[in-house]
Design a protein around this ligand. Sequence first.
Ligand SMILES: NC(=O)c1ccc[n+]([C@@H]2O[C@H](COP(=O)([O-])OP(=O)(O)OC[C@H]3O[C@@H](n4cnc5c(N)ncnc54)[C@H](OP(=O)(O)O)[C@@H]3O)[C@@H](O)[C@H]2O)c1
Length: 339
Amino acid sequence: MKILITGATGFIGQRLVKELLSHGHDLFLLVRPGSTKPRLENVRYVEGNVEESDVIGALSPFKKILPEIDCLVHMAALYDLTATLPELYLKNVVGTQNVINLAKKIPRLKYFHYFSTYAVNPQLKGKVKEEELSKSEHPFPDEYLRTKNDAEHIVRNQLIDGVQTIIHRPGVIIGESKTGLTDKLNGPYYFLNFILKLKSSGLHHRIPVLPLPLRKESLLPLLPVDTLANWVAHIITHPKGHKLRTYHEVSQEKIKTIQFIEEGMRLLGVERPILPIPMEKLFSPFFPLLKMPPEIIFYMQQGIELDRSQIMNDYPELKAPKFSEYFPKTIQWLKEGHL
Ligand SMILES: NC(=O)c1ccc[n+]([C@@H]2O[C@H](COP(=O)([O-])OP(=O)(O)OC[C@H]3O[C@@H](n4cnc5c(N)ncnc54)[C@H](OP(=O)(O)O)[C@@H]3O)[C@@H](O)[C@H]2O)c1
């Protein structure tokens, strides 16, 4: 398949490129003029910018590749909980609309893959189905989620004739399962960093319990980044013929947030009981002092379980490695001084 990819130089994109190459696809990577282009064999670079209404300039020599493309993967986005609404809106919402406009101009396009997020439904509770998308007029815990929700609405409302649309909703993505390696130390890494700092300051000996903004029952929908790349490459390579499909890309194993932190503390040698206090307002003022964005509290306290019916039905062969097998590698990598 000839695949055009946006966001291929990112955390997930770099690993997806390797997986897609191993399946024998021809890849065209859309990169901004001036961006660093990783030295990769068997890929072609296409200069473009998703923020421009004509993503690949009207007079660009790269336009000539469009008639060759069968599949478009749109993963370029701004994933930053502290960025402003205008910055996020331009990249995530306008960027997605621009890429859909580009897709409409690709004459033999058969597949459009869009990267959303598991947290796109922040107002829902209980078991959330893959085809559900909450209304955009509800309040959002942060502007990143507002813009990812808007962008997914755009994708769903503008299905292209003759094109199969696949929406990927990755969970909380952590380092590689075999090495622990990551280049994104956000999300749950903020807590691991906090525990490491507690240990190096010696403060952990003086506190009998560690109060944290958690709900006992909250789940953390983890997936290692190499597993995600492997799954998405498999899904791209083996399409199922649906006009529209959405997949919650999270492990089949249910991990509680409290279990993640307790196990992290055990592996880091800080064995103190956790006191879950699900009161966001109590903790928010302290988070900036700890160099954590208070926005992450929402992600630690989520009251949803992600249904996996569609991914299990279409791809029962996709299984994530066990938490007990890969998490010690995540921690080992951090202990080696990578944080
Ligand atoms: N990481 C996660 O935990 C996670 C979880 C759920 C969903 N997601 C979604 O998965 C996707 C990929 O995430 P990621 O973590 O891999 O992101 P990332 O590492 O921040 O990479 C972002 C990518 O977007 C490209 N980009 C940014 N602005 C662009 C523009 N104006 N035009 C063209 N390309 C542009 C960047 O290119 P440069 O090299 O030029 O900067 C980079 O390749 C995103 O849609 C994100 O919302 C991520």
